[in-house]
Structures are given as C-alpha cells and as structure tokens.
Write a protein that binds this ligand. Structure first.
Ligand code: SF4
Length: 300
C-alpha cells in the first residue's frame, strides 16, 4: 500500500454504484481523488437552484436503487479503500425516503465494516439517527446551509429541513466528536448574500463547525428559470456574464469581493475556509475544498 492512488488504477468496473467522482470536467474543480455514491436516484428536497434536473429525469422524485446493498458490498471489494467515498453528490442521502428505507444507513454500515472512508453531505438532521455508525467509522459530515432565514429556506428548499434543524445537527455531531463542516452553498448574489445576515450565520457556525466551504450559484437553464420565477429582478442576467467552459458564473469581481470577505470573517471565528470551483485557490486555508481533510484516520 505504499503507492499513491491514481485515477486509472482505481477506476471501478462498468456498472458499479461506487464511481470515481466526476467533476463534469470542470477545470476549476480542486477536489482530491475520491469516489462518489448516491444511495437514491433523485431528491425530494426540491431546491430551486438544484442542478440535478438538468440530467436526471423526474429529478425531484426520489426513488431507491435496486439491490443497493449487495452492489455496494461488491464494489467495496474492488475499489481502493484509501480513497474517500462522497455520499452524495446528486441526491441528499438523508431525504424523507431514508427515514423509512434506511438505505443510506445500510451502505454506511457496509463502508464502515470494510474499513472505508466517507464524506457525508446533507441538509437533513436525520443524519443524527446514524451517529452510532458515523462516530465509529472514518467519516466526516458536511451540512449544507444557505442562510438562517426559515422563510427563505421554505421558498428555496421546500422539501429540506429548516436551517435551525441543520444547526442542531451540527451541534449534536460536534458534541459526539464527529468532525463537521458547513457548505455555504450556493451563495446567490441578491438573494442570500446580505452581509449582516451572513455575519449572523457565521457567528452561529463558529459554535459548532470546524470548517466552511463557500460556493457561488452557477446557473443552468432549468434552475435559472425556477429561480427567476421565485426571485424575479433580484437575479440579474448581467451579473452572470462570465463563462468557464460551458458553465455560467457570477462575475469574477463580485465573487472575489464576496468570497475574500467571507474568508476573513470565517477565519476570524476560528474555522478553516475553502471555496468550490471558483478558480480562487489563494483563498483556501483548509486541507481540502470538500471537507475530506476532516475525516479521522485513526478509527480501525
Ligand atoms: S438537497 Fe441537494 S440534491 Fe437535493 S434538491 Fe437540494 S440541491 Fe438538489
């Protein structure tokens, strides 16, 4: 096991559920090499800004995957367990269906038993149900929060637990000594980037989070349509005139100002900081952009 992991060597076979993480060929992705596993197809949290509707049919209807556990167990025998598994990128692993199905719980148990590592990203405090498993394995949790306002969250993330419940999840995870970070994602210029509100949020995060990854909204045709219908002129086409590859970006000077200011405020409060796909590596003070640096390595 002396060699370092390489992309080709670790490529899971065709048909695997655990896949090498594919950042959509984004030239700005700074994620370390890792796998990705989505326990469900689709997501019932129905966030207006979500991009999965551009590539998953009927994306806001969550459905289980056939033979999930046996396929994951087979994949775990074939992959390089030194690499973390991101759970998950195209669905929330703790969405309403999970409460009854426990599919995420079963794959976490399998990963833990195999000695694998997991970086779990969710908007749901249902993650607390699995504290027993998570605290015993090599895992870290990233909770996504887009602000403190319940009103805004209800409008923009209608199926997801409200911000206070997510903050409670952070607190309880920390209390159980599970390493936790926050994804402040997406930051939507004109919608959730008001400085005073962000400062109030950071004050709360400082009590319970080790790390913050910030990322600005990168609109695609379908989510832009939903966001415009909800927020009208608060979103302006001209602010999103930059393009990186095929992706639309908020203008660089606005991103630099916002994300640079956030870095100072986050670090002032004792947390580490990173940005996601912004092309601003100089802003990073954490060991990774995706929270994988938080995963403890001593849980054998
Ligand atoms: S929780 Fe994530 S995957 Fe689910 S709808 Fe919201 S942004 Fe999309």
């Amino acid at each position: 096991m002396g060699s370092s992991p390489s992309r080709e060597f670790n490529k899971p076979p065709e048909g695997s559920l655990i896949k090498l993480f594919d950042p959509w060929k984004s030239p700005l992705c700074t994620c370390p090499l890792k796998y990705s596993l989505n326990p469900y197809t689709g997501c019932a949290h129905r966030c207006l800004y979500c991009y999965i509707t551009s590539y998953i049919p009927d994306a806001f209807r969550a459905r289980p995957k056939a033979r999930l556990l046996s396929r994951v167990e087979r994949d775990l025998r074939k992959i390089d367990l030194r690499l973390p598994i991101a759970i998950s990128n195209s669905t929330d692993p703790y969405q309403p269906l999970e409460r009854v199905r426990e599919d995420t719980r079963s794959v976490l148990r399998a990963i833990g038993s195999a000695g694998g590592k997991a970086i779990i990203t969710t908007k749901s405090d249902l993650v607390l149900r699995d504290l027993d498993l998570i605290s015993a394995m090599k895992a870290a949790v990233m909770i996504t929060i887009t602000g403190l306002s319940a009103e805004l969250s209800r409008k923009m993330e209608p199926g997801a637990p409200l911000p206070e419940r997510r903050l409670n999840a952070l607190r309880e995870l920390r209390r159980a000594e599970v390493p936790v970070g926050v994804r402040l994602d997406p930051l939507i210029h004109g919608v959730n980037t008001e400085r005073e509100s962000l400062l109030r949020l950071l004050d709360r995060l400082a009590e319970c989070s080790l790390h913050v990854t910030a990322s600005t909204y990168k609109p695609r045709a379908d989510n832009w349509k939903r966001m415009k219908a909800a927020f009208g002129d608060r979103l302006r086409d001209r602010d999103y005139s930059e393009k990186v590859g095929r992706t639309r970006y908020l203008r660089r000077e606005i991103r630099e100002e916002l994300l640079g200011w956030l870095k100072e405020e986050v670090e002032k409060r004792g947390m580490t900081y990173a940005t996601c796909r912004e092309g601003l590596p100089e802003l990073q003070s954490a060991g990774s952009c995706d929270g994988t640096h938080l995963i403890p390595l001593d849980k054998d």
